[in-house]
Design a protein. Structure first.
Ligand code: NAP
Ligand code: MG
Length: 499
């Protein structure tokens, strides 16, 4: 051993570790659920109060890692949505639009601070309801949600400096619909800029992950926001459609699938409602021969297995330059054997539960299509829990551009590996998709990174890293990944008219 170079020694250690089942053994370190006080039943948050739905309907929301019912949640009807929109309208006309911007900012700062104060409880609840590893809700989702409120609170009284020479005006009532992959964070992305710009909101979380949005409603109540400034209605697709179609909504902000985004775009056409769509993706990670390979492998792993691949900008297509393809694939296959899949509340877990049975069926179907089309799967060897929804991290090689797994969004822990010879070929292949949300480029040469980044038709391009988020940086898509930006100064624009 003493005469070996460090890199060779590391390889040997990795090899030995693989012989022992691929994982360092850690004692389990589960986070306690004690800080979370669940109610049996959650009502709608309208006009500053929790009210029973006029529909009289409730549905169970579960923990996808155990299939246990956590609580019953209200299913809002058109009448309930109408009440929420009325309350938002009244709050807009009566208080919020008239409030001094610096006073608006104080409320938003207060929400940010209260999210920080309750961060532990919110992280645990996010993991229980959504299935993502606690490490991620604790280190990413909840801190970033607070950071978004802090950031946009700062803009509330500076809007005229953001757009010099223009006269920024609020729009009115914003109808906001979000998905299940980053429940509280997506709520923050929507609510924080809307409030900072002087609008009031009606927000609908996803049917499978309503609980942190309902806790946010409690925070809004505790922060003493004027009643009706924020309304949160839970339910299914029909509840979302009722928000989109309500004549008194001035702006629609949607994050979710391209399929539903298209329905919403048609519904809003000709109504004068302002629209932003943040939709699906099939993002490319491009690795050049001159990249730092070990870092790149970590980046690929982070890009696709982070949050079980339930990330709109997941690096689900990997393009490797031929000179390093064999090495990268070998290292990837070794690395996936070290991923810990299981209890999302365990602080050692890397890959948690799939969010729903429906999503698991979709992943299973596409992976089968990959195998049927001749692609070769390499999977993490792990025992999946009996209860709950799980999918072992999977890397596919022998993939062609025309295969379904290289074309369609899987939204799960499944990576398709393809190769290229020249930079031109990498760009052409990466852009050959109906989507355009994100991309990653890995190279030792800064000039090459910038050159390639400029040619990629993607809203975000990361250089020698992946899945980095910050409230000051705009995020959004090209083509079928949607339009409009969230985050940064650009994220104010969807919530203002510039006279
Ligand atoms: P989804 O089915 O499109 O649902 C998104 C939201 O829209 C949910 O709250 C959903 O309610 C609601 N909805 C469903 N049908 C509707 C309709 N006809 N009118 C109005 N609202 C309706 O998407 P998902 O399955 O929850 O999320 C996964 C998708 O979101 C992926 O495609 C992913 O790429 C995309 N996504 C994109 C971004 C981004 O920033 N670009 C971020 C996250 C996710 P229900 O929950 O009751 O169905
Ligand atoms: Mg849905």
């Amino acid at each position: 051993m003493a005469t070996e170079k460090p890199a060779a020694r590391l390889e040997l250690v990795n090899e030995r570790m693989l012989q022992f089942g691929g994982k360092w053994q850690y004692a389990s370190a589960p986070e306690s659920t004690e800080p979370v006080k669940l109610e049996k039943k959650y009502n709608l948050f309208i006009n500053g109060k929790f009210v029973a739905p006029k529909s009289g309907r409730y549905y169970p929301t579960i923990n996808p890692a155990t299939e246990e019912t956590l609580a019953e949640v209200a299913d809002a009807s058109d009448t309930d949505v109408d009440l929420a929109v009325r309350s938002a309208r009244q709050a807009y006309e009566k208080y919020w639009r008239k409030l001094k911007p610096s006073e608006r900012a104080k409320y938003i700062f207060r929400i940010a601070r209260m999210i920080q104060e309750r961060a532990r409880e919110l992280s645990i609840l996010e993991t229980m309801n959504g299935g993502k590893p606690i490490r991620m809700s604790r280190d990413d989702d909840i801190p970033l949600a607070a950071a978004h409120f802090f950031y946009y609170a700062g803009w509330a009284d500076k809007l005229e400096y953001a757009f010099p020479g223009r006269n920024p005006q609020s729009l009115g009532v914003a109808g906001q619909i979000i998905p299940w992959n980053f429940p509280l964070l997506m709520a923050a992305w929507k609510i924080a800029p809307a409030l900072a710009c002087g609008n009031t909101v009606v927000l609908k979380p996803s049917e499978t992950t309503p609980l942190t949005a309902l806790e946010l409603a409690r925070i809004v109540q505790d922060a003493d926001l004027p009643p009706g400034v924020v309304n949160i209605v839970t339910g299914f697709g029909a509840t979302g459609a009722a928000i989109v179609n309500h004549p008194n909504v001035n702006k629609v902000a949607f994050t979710g699938s391209t399929e539903v985004g298209k329905i919403i775009q048609r519904a809003v056409a000709g109504t004068g409602k302002k629209l932003t769509l943040e939709l699906g993706g099939k993002s490319a990670n491009i690795i050049f021969n001159d990249a730092a390979i070990d870092q790149a492998v970590e980046g690929i792993i982070n890009g696709i297995f982070y949050n079980q691949g339930h990330v709109c900008c997941a690096g689900s297509r990997l393009f490797v330059q031929e000179g390093v393809a064999e090495k990268v694939i070998r290292k990837l296959n070794d690395r996936i054997q070290t991923l810990r899949v299981g209890d999302p509340l365990d602080k050692n877990t890397d890959v948690g539960a799939i969010n729903s049975k429906m999503q698991l069926d979709k992943i299973t179907e596409l992976v089968k299509a990959g195998k049927d089309e001749g692609c070769v799967p390499h999977q993490t060897r792990c025992t999946l829990p009996k209860k709950g929804f799980w999918f072992a991290p999977t890397v596919f090689t022998n993939v062609a551009m025309s295969n379904r797994i290289a074309q369609e969004e899987i939204f799960g822990p499944v990576l398709s590996v393809l190769t290229f010879r020249t930079p031109e070929e990498a760009v052409e292949k990466a852009n050959n998709t109906p989507y355009g949300l994100a991309a990653g480029v890995w190279s030792d040469k800064g000039a090459k990174l910038f050159k390639i980044a400029n040619k990629l038709r993607a809203g975000v391009v990361w250089g020698n890293t992946y899945n980095q988020f910050d409230p000051t940086s705009p995020f959004g898509g090209y083509k079928e990944s949607g339009f409009g930006r969230e985050g940064g100064v650009q994220g104010l624009l969807p919530y203002l008219s510039l006279e």
